[in-house]
Each structure stands twice: as C-alpha cells, then as structure tokens.
Design a protein around this ligand. Structure first.
Ligand code: SAM
Length: 204
C-alpha cells in the first residue's frame, strides 16, 4: 500500500484544522494546486491569501482557479493572490486575520513546470521570516505545513533551517513534527507546526 505522499500528508493535516468558513494562506502559490485545495476546503464563507514572487506562477494559479470556479461557481473561497514575497505576509493580510488563520501551507523550492526558471527558489532567510509571521497569524490549534526539498541545490540547507526553526519553538507555544522517508535522504519531506490551543498570543 505504501505511505501517503508528502503532498497528501500536508493536505490531510490541513483538512483536519481548516473547516468551512476558515481563513488560510498559501505561502508559495506556484501552479495553484494548494491554493485551490485551500479555497475548496474553506469554502465560500472562508478566505484565502496566496503569495508568489513570479508572475508566471500567479497566472497559472489564476487560470486554475478560474476553471474551478466555472465548474462550481459558489464552492470556492474568495482568493487574493499577491506578487509578493511571503516574508511580507504579516503586513499584507488584513489586520483582522492575526490570530485567526487556520492553515498556512508552504511548498518550497522552484516552480514545478517544464519551462520555469529553476534557479528561482525559495531562500532560507525569507522562508524563516515567513514561517515566523505565519505562526503569529495562526489561531490556537491552527497549522503550518512545509514541504521541503533537500534534493536540489540549496534545498538541503533550507530544509535544515526550517527543521531547526520548528525544533526550537517553545513546547508550550507550538508542537512540531516531521514526516520523512528515512532511507532516501534526498526525498521531499514535511515539517508541520501546530499552534498550541492554550498558547499565549502576546509572545509574538
Ligand atoms: N504549491 C505549488 C503548486 O501547487 O504548484 C508549488 C510551489 S513551488 C514548489 C515554489 C514556489 O515558491 C515557486 O512558484 C516560487 O516562485 C515561489 N517562491 C520563491 N520564493 C518565494 C518567496 N520569497 N515568496 C513567495 N513565493 C516564493
């Protein structure tokens, strides 16, 4: 049977915490598959923000969302896509979202299309800034998922930085886990962080 793929695992963790009417953020929109997943899960009464630095990615995502809306007009959340680094997340989402977001998804690395420039990758400094901002935006019980790709140049150090960040969070504020195939060091894996229910939000 095999274990769940890393993408399915990230979706599974998110589905358990993002319900109809909830708020969610796709920190790395890419082709928009996670954005669409979040918009479907949060439904028409929810809300989704998406970030990517590449116009080509946002165009692909817009098209994916447009086609999905044609199929089921009322089923998706309103989605705001921004050509902006996820490091600016805290300033770019509405102030009222702080402490109320149920899920933030990161899928790091490069845009996975044939003609994409694969030298445009997520970078540790902005990724860590975005993760910290995401944690502040989460509601207690909300989740951050990060799919990490140690197999490409620069991906290993970024994955290690994310893992170290998650491992260093205070246990009373958040719980962090890793989902990883142990025999293939270069295989993608997931780090997930759940904000503790009783977390004191003033520390962020
Ligand atoms: N989840 C996406 C999908 O379904 O296609 C895949 C995301 S792809 C692996 C990573 C994306 O992160 C790329 O589209 C890239 O342009 C974007 N990216 C790189 N640096 C970024 C940054 N600082 N802020 C936001 N997005 C960034």
């Amino acid at each position: 049977m095999g274990f769940m793929s890393v993408l399915s695992f990230a979706h599974k963790l998110t589905e358990g915490r993002l319900s109809s009417g909830g708020l969610a953020i796709d920190a790395t929109v890419g082709t928009g598959s996670d954005t669409l997943f979040l918009a479907r899960t949060a439904g028409p009464r929810g809300g989704v923000y998406g970030f990517d630095i590449q116009p080509a990615a946002l165009e692909l995502a817009e098209e994916r969302l447009r086609l999905a809306r044609e199929e089921a007009t009322a089923a998706l959340s309103p989605v705001t896509l921004l050509q902006q680094s996820h490091a600016a997340m805290a300033e770019d989402v509405p102030p009222g979202w702080r402490g109320t977001v149920s899920a933030v998804m990161f899928n790091l690395g490069y845009l996975p299309t044939g003609d994409a420039d694969k030298t445009i990758i997520t970078e540790p400094a902005s990724t860590l800034a975005a993760l910290q901002a995401a944690l502040a935006l989460l509601r207690p019980g909300g989740i951050i998922t990060a799919v990490l790709y140690p197999g490409h140049a620069g991906g290993g150090s970024e994955a290690a930085a994310v893992e170290a960040w998650a491992a260093g969070l205070a246990q009373q504020e958040a719980q962090s886990i890793v989902y990883r195939q142990l025999q293939r060091a270069s295989a993608p894996y997931v780090v997930a962080v759940e904000k503790k229910k009783g977390a004191d939000q003033s520390w962020q």
